[in-house]
Ligand binder design. Structure first.
Ligand code: SF4
Length: 348
């Protein structure tokens, strides 16, 4: 019997997406494995909410997952915390308060979901039909959540923390690559998955209304949700029933949460798999990692200073040491090592 001691060649969706965005960024992140030391607010906040959702579904308590990040937050210097609270010219409330508000609202709106949890943070590594130099290429990843709904259908759930939730008809709302996850789940464990549910959570928390100087409630429109508005009214001594016209619509639907269901389709799976294999081939075979320079480089790429300096032929030894650490190689999917593509938090 032969034992395979060499780790199989595997790519994750995060890696494929990075390569599609910019091959040079892929080189910094996956070949050189450079990890930015400075925390990015969208990525940090998105990871935090994700961890809270994870233990909400495993242990029934979001605080367990959140605590890891709260501890990290508490260890930061004041200026680091301030940097993480800053969005453009605005300073938000502390991140622990934002996560608490987001999660309390999430739980309130999802109290009647009737989801039976099948698996949480399920790692997979499955062979694809692609071989390069005789080696089978694997696809790896982590499925956030698999649930059984009230009709006994199983769904892959992908949590998406975003500054702006796309409309359901927007092409990018479905993040088509994830349509491969049902295929992967079937290959890995024989599960029959009905499709993917994109579980959007807005990273900007609901606002509270202003109170006028005379003590009355400001008529200025705020974007809020039911639990936030209800609690605010009670705290300020108002009678919630007097605000039923505001509370009623908010009790049915939160502007901060959306769930989009996309049933599995053979044609989509096939197309996406072919795309993935084509990108994998480029990742393995392209010798030169070219730059894809766009106006998003400065705001969305953690490597832009390094990239620019190298483009100009400067010595980047000090810059590399001061801005990055090296990441250990991992076998399965890297969860939060990416650029903040899912966690984008543009100014409103
Ligand atoms: S700055 Fe732009 S071109 Fe350079 S690595 Fe980042 S995304 Fe690519």
């Amino acid at each position: 019997m032969t034992v395979e001691l060499i780790a199989p060649e595997a790519v994750s969706w995060s890696e494929i997406k990075t390569f599609q965005r910019c091959p040079k960024q892929h080189e910094y992140k996956y070949v050189e494995r450079l990890v930015p030391i400075k925390k990015s607010r969208p990525l940090f906040l998105g990871s935090w909410v994700h961890a809270a959702l994870q233990t909400h579904y495993t242990d029934g308590d979001w605080r367990i997952g959140s605590q890891v990040f709260t501890d990290e937050w508490n260890k930061l210097f004041d200026e680091e915390r301030l940097a993480l609270r800053t969005r453009g010219r605005q300073v938000s409330k502390p991140l622990p308060d934002i996560v608490k508000q987001i999660m309390e609202s999430y739980i309130w709106y999802h109290r009647d979901d009737n989801w039976k949890v099948v698996a949480v943070e399920q790692e997979f590594m499955v062979p694809t039909p692609l071989k390069i130099d005789g080696k089978v290429q694997y696809l790896k990843g982590i499925i956030d959540l698999v649930i059984e709904d009230q009709d006994a259908n199983w769904w892959v759930i992908d949590h998406k923390t975003a500054g702006t939730i796309p409309e359901p008809t927007a092409f990018h709302a479905m993040d088509p690559q994830l349509m491969l996850y049902p295929w992967a789940a079937e290959k890995a464990w024989g599960w029959n998955i009905a499709g993917v549910i994109y579980n959007y959570v807005k990273s900007k928390p609901p606002s509270i209304p202003q109170i006028n100087k005379d003590g009355s409630l400001s008529k200025r429109k705020v974007v809020t949700d039911y639990p936030t508005l209800y609690r605010f009214l009670k705290r300020e001594g108002y009678e919630p029933r007097d605000f039923a016209h505001l509370l009623r619509p908010l009790s049915k639907r939160s502007p901060f949460l959306r769930q989009y269901r996309y049933p599995r389709e053979k044609q989509v799976t096939r197309e996406i798999l072919l795309d993935a294999l084509s990108v994998t081939k480029h990742i393995r075979e392209d010798k030169r990692r070219s730059r894809t320079i766009t106006r998003d480089c400065a705001t969305m790429c953690s490597y832009h200073e390094l990239c620019r300096s190298e483009l100009s032929g400067l010595d980047t030894t000090i810059l590399r040491k001061s801005m990055f650490t090296l990441k250990e190689a991992s076998t399965v999917g890297d969860r939060f090592d990416g650029e903040p593509d899912d966690f984008d938090e543009p100014e409103d």
